[in-house]
Design a protein around this ligand. Structure first.
Ligand SMILES: [Zn+2]
Length: 339
């Protein structure tokens, strides 16, 4: 007896643009969201599609986490300024993927507490956040050749500005990813290790064989003129590298960093007041104290010392002045001359 495979449930998300049409279209991914103030309401996620002729498709995303700003700034800017006559192929721009989180200025969605970058591949019959992930997994990612997903540290982390890709089992795909990272030409380029890659957009795109580039461009829940300029230049560089926009990437010096093992992460085992002992980009040696955590319950207490386990540079740090046990305190990345 043959088992009957049920048809996959269709996505409830409706695009108000034709993803496969030529020209420039600004519209929405409309996701039904029934609630007290709008019985038949929707989440309206802005999307732009710019296409001309045959060529590769780039899928450009920001706001996967709602409190990270360089990507949305660069992508809202690109969506209003890139002309179809500059494009050979297609550019799909979603500046704020987790739009409810972006509007709230929070990492996760205020609707369902969903962390979009831990919700992939998503579900068409799941939460709002899982429905967004499902639409990307089954409708947008399959159309893409190259995916650039902007991140920064958000309100709780701060990073050296870098573009990054992951080590992959397919070394040809890995090489194409790192070539796109090099083209982005951020001040730093990272061979990135994840604490837990389950449920990430990155992993879903990579498993489909896509060229996937991500970034971390400072953080703290804000942006700066310097890091926004890095994002704007980087996205154009990647489009030039892909042959979608004419021209040669404007490269500059980049310093290649690696996260070779879990030893690069330092997690707090105390709560209290963080005293940084080195700043982002500073060289550290294994055994150096990188931060102190002062107990704040009473005076006269000795602070806990946190030491680097690797030689390298401080690549990320906890941003707020107070920290809890379990928070990521610091990341030390090793320095490579080249890959
Ligand atoms: Zn993020």
């Amino acid at each position: 007896m043959n088992a009957i495979t049920p048809m996959p449930r269709p996505s409830p998300v409706a695009a108000t643009v034709d993803l496969d049409a030529e020209g420039v279209q600004h519209g929405f991914l409309r996701l039904p969201y029934s609630r007290d103030d709008s019985a038949w309401g929707s989440v309206m996620i802005p999307i732009t599609v710019i296409a001309r002729g045959n060529g590769p498709t780039a899928l450009l995303t920001g706001g996967n986490h709602g409190d990270e700003y360089e990507g949305p700034i660069a992508l809202f800017d690109l969506a209003r300024s890139l002309r179809p006559d500059q494009v050979q192929g297609r550019v799909i721009i979603v500046p704020a993927m987790n739009y409810p989180a972006f509007c709230a200025g929070t990492r996760t969605s205020p609707i369902d507490c969903g962390n979009l970058n831990r919700s992939f591949p998503g579900r068409p019959d799941g939460t709002v956040t899982e429905k967004i992930a499902d639409f990307f997994s089954r409708t947008l990612l399959p159309r893409a050749d190259l995916v650039l997903d902007f991140h920064s540290g958000g309100r709780t982390l701060d990073f050296l500005p870098y573009a990054a890709a992951h080590e992959l089992p397919d070394k040809g795909q890995e090489q194409r990813c790192f070539a796109a990272v090099a083209a982005f030409a951020a001040p730093y380029s990272m061979k990135m290790r994840e604490i837990d890659a389950v449920g990430m957009y990155d992993t879903t795109a990579e498993d489909m064989g896509k060229v996937f580039v991500t970034t971390e461009l400072s953080g703290g829940g804000t942006s700066s003129a310097r890091t926004v300029a890095i994002a704007k230049r980087g996205v154009m560089n990647v489009l030039k590298h892909a042959g979608i926009v004419e021209g040669v990437p404007e490269t500059g010096p980049t310093r290649w960093l690696d996260m070779p093992s879990g030893d690069c992460f330092t997690f707090a085992e105390d709560q209290g007041l963080v005293e940084p002992c080195v700043d982002l980009g500073d060289a550290v040696r294994a055994g150096d104290v990188i931060a102190l955590i002062h107990p704040v319950g009473r005076t006269g207490q000795t602070p806990a010392e946190y030491r680097a386990v690797l030689d390298g540079v401080l690549a990320a740090r906890h941003f707020p002045g107070l920290i809890k046990s379990g928070d990521c305190l610091a990341v030390v990345a090793t320095v490579e001359d080249a890959i």
